[in-house]
Design a protein around this ligand. Sequence first.
Ligand SMILES: Cc1cc2nc3c(=O)[nH]c(=O)nc-3n(C[C@H](O)[C@H](O)[C@H](O)COP(=O)(O)OP(=O)(O)OC[C@H]3O[C@@H](n4cnc5c(N)ncnc54)[C@H](O)[C@@H]3O)c2cc1C
Length: 392
Amino acid sequence: MNLRDNNIERISNKTFDVLIIGGGINGAAAATALAARGAKVALVDKGDFAGFTSQNSSNLVWGGIKYMETYEFPLVRQLCMSRNHLLRSYPSSIREIRFFTNLDKGFRFSPFLLYCGALLYWAIGNFFTRSPRFLTPQQINDDESTVNTDHSIGGFEYSDAFLYDNDARFVFNFIRSAINYNCTAVNYMESLGSICNAQGEWQTQLRNTRNGETYEVRSAVIINACGPYVDQQNKISELTTEHRHVFSKGIHLIVPQITNNKRVLTFFADDGRLFFAIPMGNRTMVGTTDTRVSTPETEVTTEDRHFVLDNINKRLNLAKPLTEVDIISERCGVRPLVIKTGDQNNKNEEWMKLSRKHAVDVDRERKHISIFGGKLTDCLNVGEEICEVVQQ
Ligand SMILES: Cc1cc2nc3c(=O)[nH]c(=O)nc-3n(C[C@H](O)[C@H](O)[C@H](O)COP(=O)(O)OP(=O)(O)OC[C@H]3O[C@@H](n4cnc5c(N)ncnc54)[C@H](O)[C@@H]3O)c2cc1C
């Protein structure tokens, strides 16, 4: 019998301490942390593990330098500490990488001010990485001739980290560890909703999406880690929460390798947002975008492709500009962003300022936990926080 069939047998009509619904980074980190502490854990995902948002990120493990512009220093500190922790703990998946940043004339900040910001960022991160470096247009030209310096006013270089293998493999390593700690993990197993019975025990209906068979699993605690589907899952189970999600679509295009240098080329796109060319094996991943959408199901549109291609072509000196023909593959996902239930956040400026912090909503009476938002970078904090709540 293969591992999945064996785990289906272990899960059906059995009782667990904790059932985790959703095998993206949040569910995987929670499963590992709980199983490692001896809890009897089951984890289900309606598709492949890490098959949704957690396979469509920018692969960055970063302290969130851009949140300094909105003065979110506690968040920057928390993310820097998480980055350092991950760099120390997972050296085979995560590596330090340099962000080589060029600024064009008319940019809202001077290169020197941003270099000072990078020094502060380095200090907030306990000087854990290599120090930042100020760059003149001439140095940018000498170090990275692919960067178009026609309108350059200089720039700076600083360090963060990236998942050089990729995000989905990183998540799967957590699931693998959870399984090693005796967690029962089953993919292609959808939760159809849960009810809390008279004894205070959760009964969750599951459907094998491969053959339509249904099962029931019982648990003392439920963790809803459905990413962009958290609200939908809570609605099915008739649960209300303090927070809810709104969605920001982000896309990346994978193109032939732009530079042999293993560093992230960093620019500010026409909309003023950070824009990257990130090494991905012997390819380069270019992006991203930030478009408000109303559902988790999205796709790359012609407009998205043009935005990314136009922006990268303007900022590089390529012998031949990149066109749609050069696109090897595409990534598209939604960032699940957290807002208070009842907030509207209709204005554009409010939208751009929405925080990327995670939130954990707990219904103590019914022993139900929902994880909202978050980042791959923040996964160890999410795991720890969930353990504290479950232990209480
Ligand atoms: C464009 C983009 C770039 C990003 N870049 C970065 C970055 O560089 N660094 C970083 O740290 N973060 C980044 N993020 C954020 C990060 O990717 C996400 O916050 C994170 O992956 C969300 O993980 P999750 O586990 O909450 O959700 P998901 O990964 O979506 O996992 C939820 C899982 O729940 C499953 N599910 C849903 N409903 C059910 C159900 N009924 N039954 C069973 N299973 C169900 C889904 O199949 C899915 O696998 C980026 C996000 C985007 C979109």
